[in-house]
Design a binder for this molecule. Structure first.
Ligand code: SF4
Ligand code: SF4
Length: 163
């Protein structure tokens, strides 16, 4: 969870609740397994939270001068966005992960429009469901130039991880 800027995280706790796969002080956090410090309303050890990933995590909605509209707060739009996750042929690539199984159509359409308008390739993910339950794994989908889509597809085949 980020420090409060002009936008306040609450009531969102999406990044602490496993929608971003991470390891907190040796404990794996992933969909269905929130951080042990998440109370569902915040962090019970905020002052001692790890620098990586907690302090340095860049949630696009809460950052200063966020291009994301108000309704895109992760708890509301059911998507968590990280800008500039990586570079592809000189272009900034944004990443969107669902807060749930899939990014809802309204949010995904907004992200695709944003990608087209600003010439920023987008990677979005979908939870892999196994035996009716969310697994640790996510499918990656590339949105942008054909060559970018193909490269993301090759990353999926090779098992490349983004976190
Ligand atoms: S996902 Fe973003 S808005 Fe939600 S708690 Fe984390 S930093 Fe705050
Ligand atoms: S340590 Fe605190 S800020 Fe970091 S993921 Fe856990 S609940 Fe969130």
């Amino acid at each position: 969870m980020a420090k409060t800027t002009t936008r306040s995280c609450q009531p969102c706790t999406a990044c602490c609740d496993g929608w971003v796969s991470m390891n907190i002080n040796g404990v794996d956090v992933y969909p269905g397994k929130p951080c042990p410090h998440s109370t569902g309303k915040g962090c019970d050890d905020y002052e001692n939270r790890p620098v990586q990933p907690c302090v340095e995590f860049q949630c696009a909605w809460v950052m200063e001068n966020s291009p994301l509209p108000e309704w895109m707060q992760p708890s509301n739009a059911k998507v968590l966005v990280v800008l500039d996750k990586l570079q592809w042929h000189g272009a900034s690539v944004d990443l969107a992960v669902p807060v749930g199984k899939r990014i809802p159509p309204r949010a995904l359409n907004w992200l695709k429009q944003f990608a087209e308008t600003h010439g920023r390739p987008l990677i979005y993910t979908e939870q892999v469901i196994e035996n009716g339950k969310m697994s640790k794994d996510q499918n990656m989908v590339g949105y942008g130039p054909e060559a970018f889509q193909q490269e993301v597809a090759s990353w999926v085949q090779s098992g490349k991880k983004l976190w």
